[in-house]
Design a protein around this ligand. Structure first.
Ligand code: NAG
Ligand code: NAG
Ligand code: NAG
Ligand code: NAG
Ligand code: NAG
Ligand code: NAG
Ligand code: NAG
Ligand code: NAG
Ligand code: NAG
Ligand code: NAG
Ligand code: NAG
Ligand code: NAG
Length: 578
């Protein structure tokens, strides 16, 4: 369990120079309140090369007297003007969460999307309801200190002690009642059906009846919901890292997310065995032995947590305790990004074996506690944190069935999930667990089927091994969308953004530029292995492509920009405290 002793921690060691640059840009002041919100888009230059606008929509589409919401929008403009035959319109993006900021997504990953997609589109990010600069904010906590009081004791591992699961359960109940008292109107209006309708309104304001879209992770629920609600308004639409929308709307349990989680871990350990001891610091001669070695190192922390204390610079002393829960959580976070973080995690475990727990501690975004304690703001408005306070209103508010469960039922749900993977210990309290006590349903709901023919067939992307969105969910969802195709990226990690594949990049570019779907059954190889010798940069996902062409195609730039984007994705998918 997290306690206040974790407050002052190492500054984020995973942030490289490139990320520091982005943070500077991300934090560059821009006063969104200086923009007038209107139902007609009017763009103002912002953040150097971008355009920003605020767009007015009804707070509830089902009751237009309930007030208004102002959606924050950002655009990275196409190189071509609207009259140019090369101009293809706009693409909307969502980075997942729920709770991820589409504005930050375009600010930080726009260069990646531009390099992959080409110059023909405006790339448009928006903060979904309840997030970032979109108003009204979803403000559940009265102060940063109160948010910290809530989250610092919220168990991120429900199997950490005998009371952890029950504690998560009762804290969920407290959060629900706090939200009813302080933010009910907003919480009722942040559901996926409302956001999907916003996407249609945004596109129409941009002069398009057809919505182009690329959403990852929870963004796949948003994309699938849009396609099911407005099949005749589907332009070129990609959902990537696909969740099962049936379960999202109709499930009391989550029995699908973790189908491949243990396979993810096994594939990373297999990559370690194949790479050898010089590239993988926790190498053993079989996957089972690597597994046992990692277990041994982590389990030692159960009885003997390690202190982290650094007073090298007395003006910036940091301290924390590396315990089992933090280390296990760090391991879970690292399996979302095996290509960038697998080697980092392996080195951290090797250091842990040598008595240094600081690296393994640094794998967990618990480090984000620093952010909330120091600057006293969250990512979703004043004293919104952007973790359970937005996940619960969206995930639980979307449900078309009553998800409330007794504590005994919640224990069974957790046990069923743990049958799929030991990582249920950390996934359960950050996902459907909160719904067991959640009292608010979204006002705008979609109560239809995911069986439809869209005006343009959609593209689904799934990794062979994804820790929380198994490829089977992509196949299940594809079965309902006429003419759709699943592209399998033969990699490990969460969404195609976790590992670069030239083959996937070219397929996405061709779909957005020409509307051409890859052939059914297409499998794209990743460009690199998880544990790879430095400078092995000529790989290209099984696609034959000369280095000169690669440069011309912007793929080198895409690879670089994707690396820069990992810090953003990590903050988005593990927003816990920051
Ligand atoms: C917002 O509206 C006010 C009043 O109409 C106007 O003075 C101001 O220039 C507008 N601001 C922007 C950024 O358009
Ligand atoms: C928005 O544009 C439409 C059509 O161009 C126009 O009829 C309407 O009056 C405008 N609304 C506002 C608030 O400017
Ligand atoms: C619509 O919202 C208004 C303002 O909140 C409220 O007074 C009214 O009862 C609502 N109507 C319905 C049908 O819910
Ligand atoms: C867009 O235009 C700028 C300036 O004309 C040029 O430098 C840049 O290479 C173009 N970008 C693309 C993606 O074509
Ligand atoms: C909790 O963790 C322990 C140790 O790994 C395990 O034996 C036990 O089965 C777990 N509890 C549940 C309910 O799965
Ligand atoms: C939340 O409110 C409901 C209804 O008033 C009440 O039954 C429940 O016990 C409350 N939960 C908590 C944790 O206080
Ligand atoms: C693997 O390592 C174990 C223990 O170090 C050793 O007994 C075994 O022979 C090794 N197996 C292979 C195939 O190298
Ligand atoms: C301790 O902190 C200093 C900066 O104050 C840093 O340079 C150094 O790398 C840190 N040491 C460890 C072991 O993290
Ligand atoms: C959804 O539709 C079904 C069948 O049409 C109906 O029974 C159910 O009550 C609806 N659910 C909601 C939440 O409106
Ligand atoms: C977990 O799996 C075991 C063995 O397959 C089974 O007996 C048990 O019923 C399962 N538990 C749940 C809650 O699904
Ligand atoms: C996926 O990659 C693995 C090696 O990482 C390889 O063994 C396997 O055959 C590949 N699968 C497909 C379907 O390409
Ligand atoms: C789009 O189609 C045209 C004509 O068939 C072709 O020349 C071009 O290479 C295609 N673009 C992509 C990105 O595949």
């Amino acid at each position: 369990m997290r306690t206040a002793t974790g407050l002052l921690v190492l500054s984020a060691t995973l942030l490289g120079a490139a990320s520091a640059r982005q943070l500077a840009r991300r934090d560059a002041p821009f006063d969104w309140s200086s923009l007038n919100s209107s139902a007609n888009l009017s763009w103002t230059p912002c953040y150097d090369a971008f355009q920003c606008a605020r767009f007015t929509v009804p707070l509830q589409y089902s009751n237009t007297s309930a007030g208004e919401s102002q959606i924050a929008l950002i655009m990275s403009p196409s190189n071509f003007s609207t009259g140019d035959p090369n101009y293809l319109g706009s693409i909307l993006f969502n980075p997942g969460g729920p709770g991820g900021s589409g504005v930050q997504y375009i600010l930080e990953m726009g260069p990646y999307f531009r390099a992959i997609i080409g110059p023909q589109y405006d790339l448009v990010g928006f903060d979904p309801r309840g997030v970032g600069a979109t108003t009204p904010p979803l403000s559940v906590f009265a102060s940063a200190a109160e948010a910290l009081q809530f989250y610092a004791t919220y168990p991120l591992n429900v199997n950490d002690s005998v009371s952890s699961l029950a504690r998560a359960y009762v804290q969920g109940g407290i959060l629900g009642n706090l939200t009813v008292d302080r933010a009910k109107d907003v919480a009722e209006s942040v559901g996926t059906a409302a956001v999907a309708t916003d996407m249609l309104q945004i596109s129409r304001a941009l002069g398009q009846e057809k919505v182009n879209y690329w959403g990852v992770s929870y963004g796949s629920i948003l994309g699938a919901t849009f396609a099911a609600m407005f099949p005749q308004n589907v332009g070129r639409l990609i959902i990537d890292g696909v969740s099962d929308s049936h379960q999202w709307y109709f499930g009391t349990q989550d029995t699908s997310s973790m189908l491949d989680t243990d396979g993810v871990v096994a594939s990373i350990y297999a990559a370690c065995v194949a790479a050898g001891p010089s590239l993988c610091p926790i190498w053993e001669n079989s996957t089972a032995l690597v597994d046992a070695r990692v277990d041994r190192a982590l389990n030692a922390l159960r009885v003997a947590p390690q202190p982290i204390f650094n007073d090298t610079d007395p003006a910036a002393t940091t301290f924390a305790v590396a315990d089992y829960a933090a280390a296990f959580d760090g391991l879970f976070e690292s399996i979302y990004f095996p290509y960038s973080e697998g080697p980092v995690a392996a080195a951290a475990i090797a250091a842990l074996e040598q008595g240094d727990g600081s690296l393994v501690y640094g794998l967990s975004t618990e480090a984000g506690l620093t952010a909330i304690s120091q600057d006293c703001t969250g990512s979703s408005g004043p004293f919104g944190v952007g973790f359970l306070d937005i996940v619960a209103p969206v995930l639980c508010g979307d449900a078309l069935i009553d998800r409330r469960r007794s504590l005994a039922q919640a224990r069974e749900d957790y046990a069923a999930m743990r049958n799929l993977s030991v990582f249920a210990d950390v996934w359960y309290p950050t996902s459907i667990e909160a719904c067991a006590t959640w009292p608010i349903q979204a006002k705008d709901i979609f109560n239809g089927s995911f069986q439809t023919n869209t005006s343009t067939p959609i593209l689904l992307i799934g990794n062979t091994f994804d820790p929380v969105t198994p490829i089977q969910s992509a196949r299940n969802m594809s079965a309902g969308f006429g003419g759709s195709v699943v592209l399998q990226q033969n990699s490990t990690g969460h969404t195609s953004l976790s590992g670069f594949s030239t083959c996937t990049a070219l397929a996405i570019r061709e779909y957005f530029q020409n509307g051409t779907l890859p052939a059914a059954g297409t499998v794209c190889q990743p460009d690199t292995a998880i544990f790879e010798a430095p400078n092995n940069s000529s790989a290209s996902g099984g696609v034959t492509i000369s280095l000169r062409d690669e440069a011309a195609l912007g793929l080198r730039e895409a690879k670089r920009a994707l690396g820069d984007g990992t810090a953003f994705l990590k903050r988005t998918w593990f927003p816990r405290w920051a």
